[in-house]
Write a protein that binds this ligand. Structure first.
Ligand code: SF4
Length: 376
């Protein structure tokens, strides 16, 4: 049994229609509840909820402050390799894109870590393209062992791995894995992922199940907003989250809201989502899952990020470089996508403080766990 068995019982178009059919009274009903179900989530992401944005934002702000305090955790991605064997049509690392390719060796990683540590980070996200013959589980294991003492939270965003590989990485200190389905539309998935291992919809979809069984501490989900109808994809993301929370209840969860950005191949979003709709989605996720972390990356512009500090976001990347080696030796041409918010970590931290919030550089989970234990 996996989430795949649950997903195939739902038809994409019928789900889409049921979201659009939600009414003002459904939205009011959802807003009146303490604990929301999936049907309430549908109402909150529906067009009928647009006039309720102010009320949703107030609720979202209160729930976020209650659970997380007035804090935003900061993390930084470290791109280890941009080799990739996949053909994702929306990505600048796509194997057909003519860009320089690089995989960092241990010495280069050490240089990157020194540069990152000077910025103050304690939470790092290791990222790579999907090319197991270049960067496999053994390579990630070596990297984790090399940098484990430098950080309080180690996360990865790499190709889907086997359960036993996740178990090995967890034993080396890995505590957070991000795995993005991109879209839950099975019919269209192949158009965006025409070849390579990522073309296997089911294997990717079942990755969080393998992570749950491997007892990884935290799992991050997302769909790539703009590929398909954002409402339908977000509903299936929420359904996935709901399934995982029931099945792997010891695990913590995080959601990201990556929006399609231009890349070297110039791919444009088929189903764009505007800023107001992004805010509606953030608030809907918060009302649906008050305990869940919500992460907003530097793909988003500074104005948008400044505005969502108080609306439900809990985690920001800052000062990011998407090119392997880009912290110690910036200026290459190996970027995966355009960074919209190019402020330094110190500038982002200052913006957060200016809003009365505290930027958190240390391990967020240990702070939260300590708080929870005190309450028990
Ligand atoms: S999205 Fe990931 S898997 Fe797809 S081409 Fe880019 S780096 Fe490769």
């Amino acid at each position: 049994m996996s989430f795949y068995d649950e997903l195939i019982r739902h038809d994409w178009q019928a789900t889409s229609d049921s979201i659009v059919a939600k009414t003002e009274s459904d939205v009011r009903g959802a807003l009146a509840k303490e604990r929301l179900g999936l049907d309430d989530f549908k109402a909150l992401i529906s067009p009928a909820a647009a006039p309720f944005l102010e009320e949703m934002a107030q609720r979202s702000m209160q729930l976020t402050q209650k659970r997380f305090g007035k804090t935003i955790q900061l993390y930084i991605p470290l791109y280890l390799s941009n080799y990739c064997t996949n053909g994702c049509v929306y990505c600048g690392f796509n194997c057909k894109t003519a860009i320089g390719r690089k995989k960092l060796n241990m010495e280069e990683i050490r240089q990157e870590i020194e540069a990152i540590k000077k910025l103050g980070y304690s939470h790092i996200l290791l990222v790579s393209g999907e090319a197991p013959q270049v960067a496999d589980a053994d390579y990630f294991l070596k990297v984790l062992r090399e940098i484990g003492d430098d950080f309080s939270q180690l996360a990865i965003e790499v190709q889907p791995l086997q359960q036993h590989e996740y178990e090995k990485l967890a034993a080396a200190g890995l505590n957070f894995v991000c795995i993005y389905q991109e879209t839950y539309n099975r019919e269209k998935y192949g158009e965006y992922h025409p070849f390579g291992s990522k073309a296997d919809f089911r294997y990717r979809l079942e990755t969080p199940d393998r992570l749950g069984r491997a007892r990884i501490h935290k799992i991050g989900l997302a769909c790539l907003l703009g590929l398909e109808d954002w409402r339908t994809d977000s509903f299936f993301t929420a359904m996935h989250l709901h399934y995982l929370e029931k099945t792997y209840w010891r695990t913590r969860y995080s959601i990201s809201l990556p929006r399609l950005q231009p890349h070297a191949g110039g791919y444009e979003a088929n189903h764009p989502i505007n800023d107001r709709q992004m805010v509606q989605l953030i608030c809907a996720y918060r009302l649906f899952a008050p305990e869940m972390e919500i992460s907003i990356s530097t793909r988003e512009g500074r104005r948008f990020r400044d505005n969502v500090v108080r609306l439900g976001a809990t985690s920001f990347s800052a000062g990011s470089s998407t090119e392997p080696g880009g912290y110690a030796n910036p200026g290459g041409e190996l970027e995966q996508f355009t960074i919209d918010d190019d402020r330094s970590p110190a500038e982002v931290a200052e913006m957060i403080r200016a809003q009365g919030y505290e930027p958190v550089w240390k391990d967020w989970d240990s702070i939260m766990t300590a708080g929870a234990e005190e309450k028990e």
